[in-house]
Write a protein that binds this ligand. Structure first.
Ligand code: GUN
Length: 294
């Protein structure tokens, strides 16, 4: 194995310490304690696990955590009423509605109802549009984490040839906009892209956000490239247990890449740390305070 392993867990831990420092400063100097409300409807096990990790990280950072658990049978009106209440609550600076929502719910209508100033997921069309226009915005957490990991290897991404695999609203599109804002030359690929391996081999920086286990193979990687693996796929492992793998065949790609994120321990921990960052950023903007140091 030749690649440097990008330790997302360690980088996220450092970031969370910085966030905790900013939270302390806001509380002691300005009398404002950031507050994050998380809404979980139903009992999807993956969502329960995410929400549990979020609540723990929130408290560790000194952020007030407001958890709202709703039954799987919740109706649209009840969910919309909760979002409106949280929008109006001055103790709440960030609102996250955990996805996926139960099948009877129109998720887009719920996301559209969140005050863009409190939209710490960055999923509201106003924030997506502001990001695409190069205006200050709350930016989705996973893409923000990807950029931070890439910058841990390359402090400047300017002029780099970046290839993004995947065009989702949650990762592919926003990470593309962030890379453009960093002055990278960006190619966005998707299921209809012709000769995807050849396009990927052009990349100095490859961001894989496809949701297909180990699809990216060693032959797709330009020697020395930096590889950011956003995938979290549960696959059958040894002894009947399941294991987590990324969208990148890690062991073989690490033989070719210059730097690569592992799964788990790469992008995943950065997502929650960036949620804390967004909560602090939202708090400062809402309170009319200068942007924080994170
Ligand atoms: N479900 C899985 N990941 C996420 C996320 O980042 N935000 C929200 N709201 N739901 C999710």
């Amino acid at each position: 194995m030749s690649a440097r392993i990008i330790d997302g867990k360690a980088i996220a831990a450092e970031l969370r310490i910085k966030v905790a420092g900013e939270v302390k400063r806001l509380t002691t100097q300005h009398g404002v304690t950031p507050g994050l409300a998380v809404v979980l409807a139903g009992n999807n096990p993956a969502s329960e696990s995410y929400v549990g990790s979020k609540a723990k990280a929130t408290k560790e950072a000194g952020i007030n955590s407001f958890d709202h658990r709703l039954p799987d049978s919740v109706g649209q009106a009840e969910l919309m009423a909760l979002v409106k209440k949280l929008n109006a609550d001055p103790a709440v600076h960030g609102i996250l509605v955990q996805l996926p929502l139960p099948k009877q719910i129109d998720a887009q209508q719920v996301l559209d109802a969140i005050d863009p100033a409190k939209d710490v997921d960055g999923f509201h069309p106003v924030n997506a549009g502001r990001l695409a226009s190069g205006l200050p915005a709350l930016v989705p957490c996973t893409p923000l984490g990807c950029i931070m990991l890439a910058k841990a290897v390359h402090p400047s991404l300017a002029g780099m040839e970046a290839v993004v695999i995947g065009r989702s609203n949650i990762v592919g599109k926003p990470v593309t906009q962030l890379l453009l804002a960093e002055n990278a030359t960006v190619t966005v690929t998707h299921s209809k892209t012709r000769d995807l391996p050849a396009v990927c081999r052009r990349a100095d920086l490859l961001v894989a956000a496809i949701g297909r286990p180990e699809m990216v193979r060693a032959g797709w990687i330009k020697p020395g490239a930096t590889v950011i693996d956003v995938g979290i796929n549960r696959v059958p492992g040894e002894n009947g247990k399941s294991k987590l793998v990324g969208d990148v065949a890690f062991a073989e790609c690490a033989e070719v890449a210059g730097a690569i994120t592992p799964v788990p321990g790469g992008v995943g921990p950065m997502t929650i740390a960036c949620l804390m960052v967004n909560t602090v950023r939202a708090t400062c903007a809402i309170s009319g305070l200068p942007a924080p140091a994170v």
